[in-house]
Design a protein around this ligand. Structure first.
Ligand SMILES: Cc1cc2nc3c(=O)[nH]c(=O)nc-3n(C[C@H](O)[C@H](O)[C@H](O)COP(=O)(O)OP(=O)(O)OC[C@H]3O[C@@H](n4cnc5c(N)ncnc54)[C@H](O)[C@@H]3O)c2cc1C
Length: 373
């Protein structure tokens, strides 16, 4: 019997596992893929996480992640504006970062099962039973759902956000190109936006969010890029002057920003599984790390007191989670809906932004947290 079982080995699952195991709990983590692997993600991490990562020896210094301190936004037609980022961020691929953290987890004593999908979780009176795709069964006293934005498991947990289909598709490449090291660009195109920023080893991440129907209409991703995205000259220049490092783009469908809940029955949700912020905010990874810090601290405190009361723990976590992240999720969605991927709105935003840096600073403040340790 494990003390804690964690479903999903992204940032939320891995950080929880390391902190809980270092505190002396017996932890098992299940990841359906095998490290290292690529994910659809813009790979820009807000600097708000640096004090925490450094304090816990989790900052991936050996990859020399580039520091990103400037934001460039371009409109659908390519009119652009740039501004310094007060807090800024750094770039590292999930291929490198998640793998590195999984080794840290193993070193901390976490039992990491890769290529292992949890298909069902059942609760008996005193413990949980988790069954894998091979019908192996593991037991634990507490379960953390850190399985990301959408998983088959959510069906068996009857989660309400699955009831609606989502039109959003995410596409990602790594490329070699020639752009400033310290800049994150958000380029608009009709029906979407594309983030571009550097990660380790001189590579750049190109990641965009758009609607499935737009791509279908053009028959293929390549045709969509040429017919729609190239209308923004920044994107045309980027695609024409870059060497793609993947044979084909990485694509995910059904990205939903509908409300989820940090507690599902007696399961503790963390990271995207608890709530997903729109990608343009560049804050999802910081939220995954921060929510893992919050959840593991609550669990460790209760564990030390010798009285594991799941209901009290759930109430305390839900309250703190909502206070910390509720407004960010809401603001991110409003900004995405009103400013991005729309010709008039994105031109106006770029025009206004030229004169009103305080406006962009305020938007960033609405969707980011303060540094935490
Ligand atoms: C297009 C796009 C661009 C983005 N860009 C950025 C950005 O630039 N900056 C930023 O901060 N955030 C960005 N995000 C958000 C960021 O990727 C997420 O917020 C972050 O990955 C959440 O981490 P997580 O650990 O909660 O989930 P994930 O990283 O998704 O990890 C979940 C893990 O669970 C595993 N899993 C799922 N189901 C099971 C199961 N049943 N059993 C076992 N394992 C399972 C999955 O394989 C996965 O490894 C972006 C998101 C999208 C879609």
């Amino acid at each position: 019997m494990f003390d804690i079982a964690i479903i999903g080995g992204g940032l939320a699952g891995l950080v929880n596992s390391i902190l809980l195991s270092r505190a002396g709990l017996k932890v098992v983590l299940f990841e359906k893929n095998q490290y290292p692997f690529h994910r659809v993600c813009g790979e820009y991490i807000s600097n708000e996480v640096i004090p925490f990562l450094e304090n816990h020896d989790l900052f991936p210094l050996e990859f020399a992640p580039p520091n990103i301190s400037e934001l460039l936004i371009s409109s659908v037609r390519g009119k652009s504006f740039s501004s310094t980022l007060d807090l800024g961020g750094f770039g590292i691929s999930r291929f490198a970062f998640d793998h590195w953290l999984s080794l840290k987890a193993e070193a901390a004593g976490v039992q990491v099962y890769q290529n292992t999908t949890i298909k069902e979780v059942r609760k008996s009176t005193v413990f949980f039973e988790l069954s894998t795709q091979n019908d192996e069964v593991f037991t634990s006293k507490l379960v953390i759902g850190a399985h990301g934005k959408r998983a088959k498991l959510d069906q068996s947990l009857n989660r309400s956000f699955l009831q609606k289909h989502s039109p959003y598709v995410g596409v990602k490449y790594h490329v070699k190109t020639n752009l400033p090291d310290d800049q994150i660009a958000l380029h608009n195109f009709e029906g979407g936006y594309c983030g571009v920023s550097r990660v380790e080893d001189g590579k750049y991440n190109v990641c965009y969010l758009t609607h499935r129907d737009g791509i279908r209409e053009h028959g293929s991703i390549e045709a969509f890029e040429e017919n729609i995205m190239y209308r923004n000259p920044h994107l045309e220049s980027l695609f024409r002057n870059s060497d793609k490092l993947f044979e084909k783009p990485l694509v995910i469908n059904e990205i939903s920003f509908d409300k989820r809940e940090p507690i599902n029955g007696s399961l503790f949700m963390c990271g995207d599984a608890a709530g997903m912020i729109t990608p343009l905010c560049g804050n999802g990874m910081a939220m995954a790390i921060h929510s893992a810090k919050i959840l593991s601290s609550f669990i460790i405190d209760q564990w030390k007191s010798g009285d594991l009361n799941l209901e009290a723990l759930g109430n305390a976590y839900e309250k703190t989670w909502t206070k910390q992240f509720g407004t960010r999720l809401w603001a991110g969605l409003k900004i995405q809906d009103s400013l991005f991927g729309n010709n008039w709105a994105s031109s106006t935003a770029v025009f206004t932004g030229k004169y009103l840096k305080p406006l962009t600073d305020a938007l960033i403040r609405q969707t980011h947290g303060s540094p935490f340790s």
